[in-house]
Design a protein around this ligand. Structure first.
Ligand code: UDP
Length: 325
């Protein structure tokens, strides 16, 4: 009998890559998504498979899945700053009510559940690089708080279900990740820069571009999540690539990779934009024997080819139902 896995946010960037991985491992995959920021395009190739099904549903409302479930991956949430600023209430709800619903489902189905947390729980970090033991520096009422605090609450309720109800839980703290199937207009730095290159515009660097990020290729992230799910470790684990770069250097890298003559233009830095971010991955190395394998130039080349394959009209398609309720 095939093992059954429910993947929420299954039509999103990370969710669709996870569907692909678990289908390859011969699981029965149930993808669930309300398609607000996810897209059926990301998963259309799976519909012909007998071990794939799709449920169009908002997990902030009661979640019903008939039959047994062995594993749950909770990846439903807007995840780019532009998205969660547009739909702040839905972002808070999916991280809190949605997580509560899925923990309840895991409990009745006796399923193991892995929750997608984020480096945003560290806020604008004062410890660098960030180990899991760092409690973070989050503004609880700033614009990013709808995401950061939802994810912090998500970790708290997940630990409570683990200690109080004995649910088998896993928590991954995901650092900046990129790759094919990122939404083209989600506002994140990589699609923003590539979109600008393709449209002949200047690359918008926020602030003076001295803020840092560390970008992980999606296949590496998926491998880390896969290993964490099958580990016996219930505390949070960072998964990300520790290769750190300033955003100005990143813009220059995109300019040189695409061979464009376009320039950088500087615009205001958004409120509470973290000044530095780099994962300490000691735990993932020791517990999971995991570390990233794909370097940035390799990963960016694959991602650029994907972006170039999308007709320019499709770059402007905005998700439906962008209303906050
Ligand atoms: N950024 C930028 N120009 C853009 C979009 C983003 O300079 O057009 C910067 C942003 O201010 C941040 C970094 O790139 O410092 C990464 O932003 P992103 O939205 O990808 O994710 P974050 O790591 O902030 O969640």
């Amino acid at each position: 009998m095939r093992k059954k896995i429910l993947i929420t946010g299954g039509a999103g960037f990370l969710g669709s890559h996870l569907c692909s991985r678990f289908l390859k491992e011969d699981f029965h995959v149930i993808a669930m998504d309300n398609l607000i920021t996810g897209s059926l395009k990301n998963i259309e190739e799976f519909f012909k498979l007998e071990n794939f099904e799709f449920h169009h549903h908002d997990v902030s409302k009661y979640v019903h899945v008939p039959g047994e479930i062995d594993y749950i991956l909770h990846f439903a949430s807007p995840a780019s700053p532009i998205d969660y600023l547009k739909i702040p209430i839905q972002t808070l709800k999916v991280g809190s009510l949605g997580t509560h619903n899925l923990l309840g489902l895991a409990r009745v189905k006796k399923a193991r559940i892995l929750i997608a947390s984020t480096s945003e729980v560290y806020g604008d970090p004062t410890v660098h690089p960030q180990p899991e033991s760092y409690w973070g520096n989050v503004n609880p009422i700033g614009p990013r708080s709808v995401y950061d605090e939802a994810k912090r609450f998500q970790e708290a309720i997940t630990m409570a279900y683990h200690t109080f109800h004995g649910v088998e839980t896993r928590i991954v703290r995901i650092f900046n990740t990129y790759g094919p199937k990122m939404r083209l207009n989600d506002g994140r730095v990589l699609p923003a820069f590539v979109g600008q290159v393709l449209k002949g515009m200047d690359l918008t660097v926020y602030g003076d571009g001295s803020q840092t990020r560390s970008f992980c290729y999606v296949d590496d992230l998926v491998e880390g999540i896969y290993r964490l799910l099958f580990s016996d470790y219930a505390l949070p684990v960072n998964i990300g690539n520790p290769q750190e770069i300033t955003i100005k250097e990143f813009a220059d890298e995109i300019i040189s990779l695409t061979g464009t003559s376009q320039k950088v233009s500087y615009v205001d830095l958004p409120i509470d934009d973290p000044k530095q971010r780099k994962p300490d991955i000691t735990k993932a190395r020791e517990l999971l024997g995991w570390e990233p394998k794909v370097n940035r130039s390799e990963g960016l080349k694959i991602t650029l080819d994907y972006f170039k394959s999308i007709p320019i009209e499709e770059w402007n398609i905005t998700p439906k139902e962008f209303k906050s309720n």
